[in-house]
Write a protein that binds this ligand. Sequence first.
Ligand code: SF4
Length: 303
Amino acid sequence: MKTSKALVFDIKRFAVHDGAGIRTTVFFKGCPLRCKWCQNPEGLTINRRPLYFKSSCIHCRRCEQAAKKGQIVYKDDRPWFNLTFEDFDSVIKACPSGAIRYDSTWYDVDTLVDKIKEDMVFFRHGGGVTFSGGEPLMQKDFLVEILKRCQKEGIHTAMETTVYAPLDLVKRVMENLDQVYIDCKLFDSKLHKQSTGVENEQILKNIHWVLQSKHKDKVIIRTPLIPGYTATKDNLASIAEYISGIYPKVSYELLNYNPLAESKYELVEKEYPLGKQKMFTKEEMNHFYKVVQTHGIEHLIKG
Ligand code: SF4
Protein backbone atom coordinates (compact mmCIF):
# COMPACT_ATOMS: atom_id res chain seq x y z
CA MET A 1 0.00 0.00 0.00
CA LYS A 2 1.46 3.35 -1.07
CA THR A 3 0.61 6.09 1.37
CA SER A 4 3.33 8.69 1.32
CA LYS A 5 6.29 10.08 -0.56
CA ALA A 6 9.63 11.43 0.55
CA LEU A 7 12.19 13.75 -0.99
CA VAL A 8 15.59 12.07 -1.18
CA PHE A 9 18.68 14.02 -2.16
CA ASP A 10 21.13 11.14 -2.45
CA ILE A 11 21.43 7.38 -2.22
CA LYS A 12 24.94 6.20 -1.45
CA ARG A 13 25.66 2.54 -2.12
CA PHE A 14 28.43 0.45 -0.53
CA ALA A 15 28.87 2.85 2.40
CA VAL A 16 31.07 1.51 5.19
CA HIS A 17 30.91 4.29 7.81
CA ASP A 18 27.14 4.60 8.28
CA GLY A 19 26.49 1.49 10.37
CA ALA A 20 27.42 -2.18 10.56
CA GLY A 21 28.71 -3.92 7.40
CA ILE A 22 28.16 -2.67 3.85
CA ARG A 23 25.25 -0.25 3.71
CA THR A 24 22.99 1.65 1.40
CA THR A 25 22.53 5.13 2.83
CA VAL A 26 19.43 7.13 1.93
CA PHE A 27 19.66 10.88 2.50
CA PHE A 28 16.33 12.58 3.25
CA LYS A 29 15.83 16.26 2.46
CA GLY A 30 15.10 18.76 5.20
CA CYS A 31 16.63 19.55 8.56
CA PRO A 32 15.31 21.69 11.44
CA LEU A 33 18.87 22.60 12.50
CA ARG A 34 21.24 25.03 10.80
CA CYS A 35 24.67 23.91 12.03
CA LYS A 36 27.40 26.29 10.93
CA TRP A 37 29.52 23.30 9.91
CA CYS A 38 26.76 21.37 8.09
CA GLN A 39 28.29 18.59 5.94
CA ASN A 40 25.27 18.32 3.66
CA PRO A 41 24.04 21.86 2.90
CA GLU A 42 22.18 20.51 -0.14
CA GLY A 43 19.91 18.62 2.28
CA LEU A 44 18.89 21.50 4.54
CA THR A 45 15.67 22.76 2.99
CA ILE A 46 12.61 20.56 2.75
CA ASN A 47 11.81 21.84 -0.75
CA ARG A 48 13.16 20.62 -4.04
CA ARG A 49 15.32 23.16 -5.85
CA PRO A 50 17.38 23.29 -9.05
CA LEU A 51 21.17 23.17 -8.96
CA TYR A 52 23.56 24.61 -11.54
CA PHE A 53 26.62 22.63 -12.67
CA LYS A 54 29.05 25.13 -14.16
CA SER A 55 31.31 22.50 -15.76
CA SER A 56 28.42 21.19 -17.93
CA CYS A 57 27.12 24.59 -19.09
CA ILE A 58 27.62 25.54 -22.75
CA HIS A 59 26.21 29.07 -22.20
CA CYS A 60 23.46 28.75 -24.81
CA ARG A 61 20.92 30.64 -22.62
CA ARG A 62 18.08 28.27 -23.52
CA CYS A 63 17.22 28.05 -19.82
CA GLU A 64 16.53 31.77 -19.83
CA GLN A 65 14.26 31.47 -22.87
CA ALA A 66 12.28 28.62 -21.28
CA ALA A 67 11.88 30.32 -17.91
CA LYS A 68 8.74 32.06 -16.67
CA LYS A 69 8.93 35.80 -16.06
CA GLY A 70 11.20 36.45 -13.06
CA GLN A 71 12.16 32.78 -12.64
CA ILE A 72 15.77 33.13 -13.87
CA VAL A 73 18.25 35.96 -14.08
CA TYR A 74 21.12 35.29 -16.46
CA LYS A 75 24.19 37.21 -15.38
CA ASP A 76 27.94 36.62 -15.04
CA ASP A 77 27.54 34.03 -17.81
CA ARG A 78 25.22 31.75 -15.86
CA PRO A 79 21.59 31.42 -14.73
CA TRP A 80 20.54 32.40 -11.19
CA PHE A 81 17.33 30.88 -9.86
CA ASN A 82 14.46 32.62 -8.11
CA LEU A 83 13.62 29.99 -5.48
CA THR A 84 10.17 31.37 -4.78
CA PHE A 85 9.25 29.35 -7.90
CA GLU A 86 8.85 25.60 -7.26
CA ASP A 87 8.44 24.11 -10.71
CA PHE A 88 11.61 24.27 -12.83
CA ASP A 89 10.64 21.34 -15.10
CA SER A 90 10.56 23.36 -18.33
CA VAL A 91 13.92 25.02 -17.57
CA ILE A 92 15.58 21.67 -16.82
CA LYS A 93 14.07 20.16 -19.96
CA ALA A 94 15.34 23.06 -22.08
CA CYS A 95 18.96 22.72 -20.95
CA PRO A 96 20.73 20.63 -23.63
CA SER A 97 23.76 19.71 -21.54
CA GLY A 98 22.23 18.70 -18.21
CA ALA A 99 23.78 21.69 -16.45
CA ILE A 100 20.58 22.23 -14.44
CA ARG A 101 19.21 19.42 -12.32
CA TYR A 102 16.90 19.09 -9.33
CA ASP A 103 18.73 18.52 -6.07
CA SER A 104 16.41 15.69 -5.00
CA THR A 105 13.90 13.09 -6.15
CA TRP A 106 10.45 12.09 -4.87
CA TYR A 107 10.17 8.42 -3.89
CA ASP A 108 7.19 6.38 -2.81
CA VAL A 109 7.77 3.55 -0.34
CA ASP A 110 7.54 0.72 -2.90
CA THR A 111 10.03 2.32 -5.28
CA LEU A 112 12.53 3.09 -2.54
CA VAL A 113 12.25 -0.39 -0.99
CA ASP A 114 12.86 -1.90 -4.46
CA LYS A 115 15.90 0.33 -4.90
CA ILE A 116 17.30 -0.70 -1.49
CA LYS A 117 16.65 -4.37 -2.26
CA GLU A 118 18.93 -4.15 -5.31
CA ASP A 119 21.80 -4.23 -2.77
CA MET A 120 20.45 -7.19 -0.73
CA VAL A 121 23.35 -9.39 -1.79
CA PHE A 122 25.78 -7.00 -0.06
CA PHE A 123 23.74 -6.99 3.17
CA ARG A 124 24.30 -10.70 3.83
CA HIS A 125 27.31 -10.14 6.05
CA GLY A 126 25.77 -7.76 8.55
CA GLY A 127 24.98 -4.74 6.34
CA GLY A 128 21.69 -3.01 5.65
CA VAL A 129 20.09 0.36 5.04
CA THR A 130 20.84 3.61 6.87
CA PHE A 131 18.48 6.58 6.76
CA SER A 132 20.31 9.87 7.03
CA GLY A 133 19.89 13.45 5.92
CA GLY A 134 19.11 16.18 6.54
CA GLU A 135 17.06 14.88 9.40
CA PRO A 136 15.09 11.72 8.55
CA LEU A 137 12.59 12.42 11.34
CA MET A 138 11.30 15.42 9.36
CA GLN A 139 9.57 13.12 6.85
CA LYS A 140 8.16 11.09 9.70
CA ASP A 141 5.22 9.19 8.20
CA PHE A 142 7.29 7.97 5.28
CA LEU A 143 10.15 7.05 7.61
CA VAL A 144 7.98 4.94 9.91
CA GLU A 145 6.41 3.22 6.92
CA ILE A 146 9.68 2.40 5.18
CA LEU A 147 11.35 1.19 8.38
CA LYS A 148 8.50 -1.27 8.89
CA ARG A 149 8.74 -2.43 5.29
CA CYS A 150 12.53 -2.90 5.45
CA GLN A 151 12.28 -4.93 8.64
CA LYS A 152 9.57 -7.06 7.08
CA GLU A 153 11.94 -7.72 4.16
CA GLY A 154 14.67 -8.76 6.64
CA ILE A 155 16.84 -5.68 6.00
CA HIS A 156 18.86 -4.35 8.95
CA THR A 157 17.81 -0.73 9.62
CA ALA A 158 19.87 2.16 10.99
CA MET A 159 19.33 5.90 11.24
CA GLU A 160 21.53 8.97 11.70
CA THR A 161 19.63 11.67 13.58
CA THR A 162 19.81 14.64 15.91
CA VAL A 163 16.56 13.50 17.63
CA TYR A 164 15.33 17.09 17.49
CA ALA A 165 11.72 15.90 17.38
CA PRO A 166 8.83 15.13 19.76
CA LEU A 167 9.57 12.22 22.11
CA ASP A 168 6.48 10.33 20.87
CA LEU A 169 7.94 10.20 17.39
CA VAL A 170 11.34 9.02 18.67
CA LYS A 171 9.57 6.22 20.59
CA ARG A 172 7.63 5.19 17.47
CA VAL A 173 10.70 5.09 15.26
CA MET A 174 12.89 3.22 17.75
CA GLU A 175 10.53 0.22 17.58
CA ASN A 176 11.54 -0.35 13.94
CA LEU A 177 15.24 0.40 14.14
CA ASP A 178 18.12 -2.01 14.72
CA GLN A 179 20.70 0.72 15.29
CA VAL A 180 20.65 4.50 15.77
CA TYR A 181 23.41 7.12 15.65
CA ILE A 182 22.43 10.19 17.64
CA ASP A 183 24.35 13.44 17.31
CA CYS A 184 25.01 15.25 20.57
CA LYS A 185 26.87 18.33 19.40
CA LEU A 186 26.93 20.87 22.23
CA PHE A 187 25.89 20.42 25.85
CA ASP A 188 25.33 24.10 26.64
CA SER A 189 21.92 25.05 25.26
CA LYS A 190 22.85 28.69 24.61
CA LEU A 191 25.92 27.67 22.58
CA HIS A 192 23.82 25.02 20.85
CA LYS A 193 21.35 27.68 19.74
CA GLN A 194 24.12 30.01 18.55
CA SER A 195 25.73 27.28 16.44
CA THR A 196 22.74 25.25 15.23
CA GLY A 197 19.79 27.65 15.44
CA VAL A 198 17.89 25.61 18.07
CA GLU A 199 18.16 24.93 21.80
CA ASN A 200 19.04 21.41 22.92
CA GLU A 201 16.59 20.60 25.74
CA GLN A 202 14.43 18.39 23.52
CA ILE A 203 17.51 16.57 22.20
CA LEU A 204 18.87 15.88 25.71
CA LYS A 205 15.42 14.78 26.89
CA ASN A 206 15.13 12.31 24.00
CA ILE A 207 18.67 11.01 24.58
CA HIS A 208 17.79 10.53 28.26
CA TRP A 209 14.71 8.50 27.35
CA VAL A 210 16.43 6.35 24.77
CA LEU A 211 19.41 5.55 27.05
CA GLN A 212 17.03 4.37 29.78
CA SER A 213 14.82 2.38 27.45
CA LYS A 214 14.97 -1.21 26.19
CA HIS A 215 16.63 0.27 23.06
CA LYS A 216 19.74 1.56 24.83
CA ASP A 217 22.11 -0.99 23.30
CA LYS A 218 21.06 0.01 19.79
CA VAL A 219 22.34 3.54 20.38
CA ILE A 220 25.66 5.16 19.47
CA ILE A 221 25.98 8.77 20.58
CA ARG A 222 28.25 10.83 18.34
CA THR A 223 29.90 14.22 18.63
CA PRO A 224 31.32 15.74 15.45
CA LEU A 225 34.56 17.52 16.40
CA ILE A 226 34.29 21.03 15.00
CA PRO A 227 37.25 23.36 15.63
CA GLY A 228 36.19 26.29 17.81
CA TYR A 229 32.68 24.90 18.41
CA THR A 230 32.21 21.35 19.71
CA ALA A 231 35.87 20.34 20.11
CA THR A 232 36.46 21.82 23.53
CA LYS A 233 37.37 20.09 26.77
CA ASP A 234 34.35 21.54 28.61
CA ASN A 235 31.86 20.48 25.97
CA LEU A 236 33.18 16.93 25.58
CA ALA A 237 33.48 16.41 29.33
CA SER A 238 29.89 17.60 29.89
CA ILE A 239 28.47 15.35 27.16
CA ALA A 240 30.49 12.37 28.41
CA GLU A 241 29.29 12.87 32.01
CA TYR A 242 25.67 13.31 30.91
CA ILE A 243 25.36 10.23 28.74
CA SER A 244 27.47 7.91 30.92
CA GLY A 245 25.49 9.11 33.96
CA ILE A 246 22.31 7.80 32.31
CA TYR A 247 23.81 4.56 30.97
CA PRO A 248 27.41 3.73 31.96
CA LYS A 249 27.79 1.28 29.06
CA VAL A 250 26.70 3.81 26.43
CA SER A 251 28.57 3.63 23.11
CA TYR A 252 30.16 6.96 22.25
CA GLU A 253 32.01 8.05 19.13
CA LEU A 254 34.01 11.18 18.38
CA LEU A 255 34.01 12.07 14.69
CA ASN A 256 37.07 13.88 13.37
CA TYR A 257 36.42 17.12 11.47
CA ASN A 258 35.74 16.59 7.76
CA PRO A 259 37.01 19.53 5.66
CA LEU A 260 35.45 18.22 2.42
CA ALA A 261 32.05 19.82 3.03
CA GLU A 262 33.33 23.20 1.89
CA SER A 263 33.11 22.29 -1.81
CA LYS A 264 29.37 21.57 -1.54
CA TYR A 265 28.54 25.14 -0.54
CA GLU A 266 29.31 26.55 -3.99
CA LEU A 267 26.63 24.29 -5.43
CA VAL A 268 23.92 25.75 -3.20
CA GLU A 269 25.22 29.30 -3.70
CA LYS A 270 26.29 29.80 -0.10
CA GLU A 271 29.55 30.64 1.60
CA TYR A 272 31.05 28.07 3.95
CA PRO A 273 30.85 29.81 7.33
CA LEU A 274 33.82 28.00 8.90
CA GLY A 275 36.50 28.91 6.35
CA LYS A 276 39.61 26.74 6.00
CA GLN A 277 39.97 24.19 8.81
CA LYS A 278 42.03 21.02 9.15
CA MET A 279 41.26 17.58 10.49
CA PHE A 280 42.55 16.91 13.99
CA THR A 281 45.86 15.06 14.26
CA LYS A 282 46.23 11.67 15.92
CA GLU A 283 47.66 13.36 19.04
CA GLU A 284 44.74 15.78 19.24
CA MET A 285 42.26 12.93 18.83
CA ASN A 286 44.00 11.01 21.62
CA HIS A 287 43.64 14.08 23.83
CA PHE A 288 39.86 14.18 23.16
CA TYR A 289 39.58 10.43 23.81
CA LYS A 290 41.28 10.90 27.17
CA VAL A 291 38.93 13.74 28.11
CA VAL A 292 35.78 11.68 27.56
CA GLN A 293 37.26 8.55 29.15
CA THR A 294 38.13 10.45 32.31
CA HIS A 295 34.54 11.72 32.40
CA GLY A 296 32.83 8.35 32.48
CA ILE A 297 32.94 6.86 28.97
CA GLU A 298 33.79 3.15 29.11
CA HIS A 299 32.80 2.17 25.58
CA LEU A 300 34.50 4.56 23.20
CA ILE A 301 34.42 3.96 19.46
CA LYS A 302 37.61 5.21 17.82
CA GLY A 303 37.58 6.01 14.10
S1 SF4 B 1 20.45 25.99 -20.93
FE1 SF4 B 1 21.94 24.82 -19.75
S2 SF4 B 1 23.78 24.93 -20.99
FE2 SF4 B 1 22.42 26.54 -21.74
S3 SF4 B 1 23.04 28.37 -20.56
FE3 SF4 B 1 21.38 27.43 -19.45
S4 SF4 B 1 22.42 26.12 -17.97
FE4 SF4 B 1 23.92 26.61 -19.51
